[in-house]
Write a protein that binds this ligand. Structure first.
Ligand SMILES: *Cc1c(COP(=O)(O)O)cnc(C)c1O
Length: 476
């Protein structure tokens, strides 16, 4: 049986059910209770209402959706998740789910190997935000009197988590490509007030890769730790460390020298939501989570996953889903890497097409698979670009025929002018258009996507500069 698209799932879902049925059968019959019994008609009717609700959605699976970093999980992840979910294991502790705890350890070891870690302690989390919170929590435990530095392009949750932890956050400016500014970083570290620096390998907005190798060198001179937020870009370490596809391997190889790293399997890792991961190359980091839970039995000689994490209950099904996916698509350049390579080829190719286009302008060249651009406008002013980007977003998603789904990103005026000195600076910022080409299907679809987006941009220009005020769309 194949397992490559939704259709194949029809064959696999009964097999997933069969696993739970077969296993459950050994415990003998028992009478189900009426307390939670629902009538078939009621179920039918409620389900129809659910089905109707789901019409209100965006087609994340389709390459005409080129907006945020969202795509459906791989069928293997669905089957892995469902199979384990029917048992509902809790990976807080081994006795909550012995099988899925093992799978989590193996999947996490694969992620650690992807980053070139020789040793590690780590676990899955419900999200990148939780994973970063854990890494910053360890940062605070190790340097309780010092702050945490992060770039102005880092994910917005770092600042929030510094508030949560009661740690002083230091915002470091970026260079003209959106990378952490090394001179500004060194100045900040010289004050002696910073204990940990956050670098990002693939920023959420622009997909920019910070020069991890250079940050590590500076940080070491000042006795400062380095945390890598690779929530979005982490899987690119597969290609990056190998120097494949024209990648500069240095930032990717330097991740192995850092103190912690976060990656989100629910972004590039083909997993359903509820799957982040945090890893420390020094297994002693586990001691910061020491707790004495009166609820947890100890049936396992190893540390329980719940003993090395801030969260308590976590879905064993998430571990099963990731484990099964990695059995089929290993974290090698030929396995998982071929998906990422296709995404990135599509992004670079689109950047070329946009550069040649009269209707669109490239904001900056992609490092990974995020393309940023804006419609060409008559006067080249920030306010016109802002209005045109908003119009392109709206016209694309409301088109009766041939819709396209994009996202917008706020670029402040200074950042814009550094990249496009000719722009007319009549506002503090402008929205630009952002497309995360997170699906390899984008590679084949690119000519169609480009033609459609160009046509919408040209049409929007023809429609005049009647600015509509838009709602902000936050980047995920
Ligand atoms: C998405 C993202 C996060 C937040 O992760 P969630 O899983 O959405 O909580 C953090 N950092 C970066 C760089 C991200 O792209």
């Amino acid at each position: 049986m194949d397992l490559n698209d939704l259709h194949d799932l029809r064959d696999w879902l009964p097999r997933a059910l069969g696993v739970a049925e077969r296993w459950g059968g050994q415990f003998g019959p028992y009478e189900t209770h009426d307390a939670h019994r629902v009538g078939p008609d009621a179920f039918d009717e409620a389900f129809e209402r659910l089905a109707k609700r789901m019409d209100h959605n965006y087609p994340f699976f389709h390459p005409r959706y080129a907006g945020q970093m969202v795509k459906p999980p791989h069928p293997a992840a669905v089957v892995g998740y469902l199979t384990a979910m029917l048992f509902n294991p809790n990976n807080h502790a081994a006795e909550g789910g012995p099988a899925t705890t093992e799978m989590e350890r193996e999947a996490v070891a694969s992620l650690a190997a992807m980053f070139g870690f020789d040793a590690h302690v780590g676990h899955l989390t419900t999200s990148g935000t939780m994973a970063n919170l854990e890494a910053l929590y360890v940062a605070r435990q190790l340097h309780p009197d010092k702050g945490i530095a992060y770039s102005s392009e880092c994910h917005y949750t770092h600042e929030r988590m510094c508030h949560v932890l009661g740690v002083e956050g230091h915002r470091i400016p970026v260079d003209g490509h959106g990378r952490i500014d090394l001179d500004a970083l060194e100045d900040a570290l010289r004050t002696g007030r910073i204990g940990t620096v956050v670098v990002t390998t693939g920023t959420t907005g622009l997909g920019t890769v910070d020069p991890v190798h250079e940050v590590v060198a500076i940080a070491r001179r000042h006795g400062v730790r380095v945390h890598v937020d690779a929530a979005y870009g982490g899987f690119y370490a597969i290609l990056g460390r190998a120097g494949a596809e024209g990648f500069d391997p240095r930032p990717w190889r330097a991740i192995a020298e850092c103190d912690s790293v976060v990656v989100d399997p629910h972004k590039h890792g083909l997993q359903p939501y509820g799957c982040g991961a945090v890893l420390f190359p020094d297994p002693r980091a586990g001691r910061h989570f020491a707790h004495d839970s009166p609820y947890t039995y100890f049936t396992d000689a190893d540390l329980h996953l719940g003993e090395i994490s801030l969260e308590c209950s976590r879905a064993g099904a998430a571990a099963s889903a990731l484990w099964l996916t990695l059995e089929l698509l290993p974290l090698t350049p030929d396995g998982f890497g071929s998906i990422l390579a296709a995404n990135r080829r599509a992004a670079l190719r689109w950047a070329d097409l946009i550069t040649e286009s009269a209707d669109l302008e490239l904001y900056q060249r992609p490092d990974l698979d995020i393309v940023t651009y804006f419609p060409a406008t008559a006067d080249g002013s920030l306010s016109a670009i802002d209005a045109a980007s908003d119009r392109l977003l709206r016209d694309g998603m409301t088109a009766e025929a041939d819709p396209v789904f994009l996202s917008v990103l706020r670029a402040d005026a200074d950042a814009f002018v550094r990249r496009h000195p000719g722009v007319v600076r009549d506002a503090d910022a402008a929205r630009i258009v952002r497309s995360v080409l997170i699906k390899p299907e984008s590679e084949h679809y690119l000519p169609t996507l480009h033609a459609r987006v160009s046509a919408l941009a040209a049409h929007g220009r023809g429609a005049g500069a009647g600015a509509r005020t838009g709602t902000r769309i936050r980047t995920l």
